[in-house]
Design a binder for this molecule. Structure first.
Ligand code: MN
Ligand code: MN
Length: 370
């Protein structure tokens, strides 16, 4: 039995939970190795306290799932069948208590919970294992880290394509389109979130999104993007200066963010708490008088999804540990003026922080683009 499953069963024992039902596709993949997006259909792992485990899939996924999963009995339903009845029939043969259920409250919809309640009216659904699962996903194994390095490589490639596309008069959306077109040509199917390309003041707006703004000389261009590669995500931000010479103000804001980013990357180590890491970067920005313009946490974890534990922020006393993956992304956003963010994601080990991305951060690297 795989280690995470054993840990879930231990937790079920502790909380006197009879059955765990997880229908978050990322959790299903994490536990079973089977990846699929079921859309409106039901894909779920069902684990009983005695260790019996099921993977429930739409019928069209059954064969693929059976080829991949071990330790789980696969069963399925057709579109014309009622999935909840099928689950009920299957579980009723187990001769096992189904009274107390663990679910992922941050995923199970109210509608699905109501279906469960009508299929199992005697049961209780108040054990939330969201946190337990997030903690199990925190430390990545070598194969996961390798996938994340590859996803990082493609994020760097995206930045390179974006930087080369910049020219006076081009729109933000044209740059987005070029990046995504070139990536698809190279076999990358999916971005990890909507690609952000923001010019000048638009990067300073908390609700900035790419539109028809045209690039002018002497503006910053903020790229925030990532890809999904082999099921794992990347996430990187660079703010490039487009023009001849940044103003003193632009340079000061940029260098402040860069110093915060670099110090956090250099000083982070195993055993430091998430909030201590946040403070390293925040102090740099606050000491320069820009603290009020750094209005978000320093970073977030990532893996199969682009936002996971750990949250790198004040108040989080979680100790950072080996093979945790997270972003370091300080920023300064002065409304109607300038927005700068620099972000790298990486993993931690005894040596320090290893970034998945390595695109240059020197403000002068790209200023002489056409
Ligand atoms: Mn991020
Ligand atoms: Mn980002």
């Amino acid at each position: 039995m795989k280690k995470p499953i054993q840990k879930i069963i231990n937790k079920m024992m502790e909380e006197n939970v009879d059955i765990a039902f997880f229908d978050n596709p990322n959790t299903v993949y994490f536990l079973t190795g089977f990846r699929s997006d079921p859309h409106e259909r039901i894909l779920a792992t069902i684990i009983l306290k005695n260790g019996t485990s099921f993977l429930f899939t739409p019928a069209l996924d059954e064969k693929d799932a059976k080829n991949i999963v071990e330790d789980f009995e696969v069963f399925s339903y057709l579109d014309t069948e009622n999935p909840w009845e099928i689950i009920k029939n299957k579980l009723s043969k187990e001769n096992h208590s189904l009274l107390n259920w663990a679910i992922e409250k941050n995923y199970l919809t109210l509608l699905k919970k109501e279906y469960l309640e009508s299929a199992f009216p005697e049961s209780h659904y108040n054990h939330d294992f969201s946190n337990t699962l997030e903690l199990l996903k925190l430390q990545k194994n070598p194969s996961e880290l390798e996938k994340m390095k590859q996803a990082g490589y493609w994020a760097d490639e995206s930045l390179r394509i974006g930087a080369e596309t910049l020219k006076v008069g081009i729109t933000e959306l044209e740059v987005v389109a070029k990046i995504e077109y070139e990536l698809k040509k190279r076999g990358i199917k999916q971005m990890s979130f909507d690609t952000m390309v923001l010019f000048g003041k638009n990067a300073a707006s908390p609700h900035g999104e790419p539109g028809n703004n045209r690039l002018e000389k002497d503006q910053f261009v903020l790229f925030d993007l990532g890809v999904v590669h082999n099921g794992y995500t990347s996430d990187v931000t660079r703010t490039l200066f487009f023009g001849d010479q940044p103003s003193e103000h632009q340079r000061e804001v940029y260098e402040t963010v860069l110093k915060a980013h670099d110090q956090a990357m250099q000083q982070v180590q195993i055993g430091m708490t998430a909030e201590e890491l946040d403070a390293i970067a925040r102090d740099v920005i606050t000491n320069k008088g820009y603290g009020v313009y750094f209005n978000h946490r320093l970073g977030h974890g990532l893996g199969q999804s682009v936002h996971e534990y750990p949250s790198i922020m004040s108040g989080n006393k979680l100790k950072l540990d080996k093979n945790m993956c997270f972003s370091i992304e300080p920023g300064i956003y002065i409304t109607d003026d300038v927005g700068v963010r620099i972000e790298d994601c990486g993993y931690l080990d005894e040596v320090g922080f290893h970034s998945f991305t390595s695109f240059p951060t020197d403000i002068d690297t790209y200023k002489h683009l056409k």
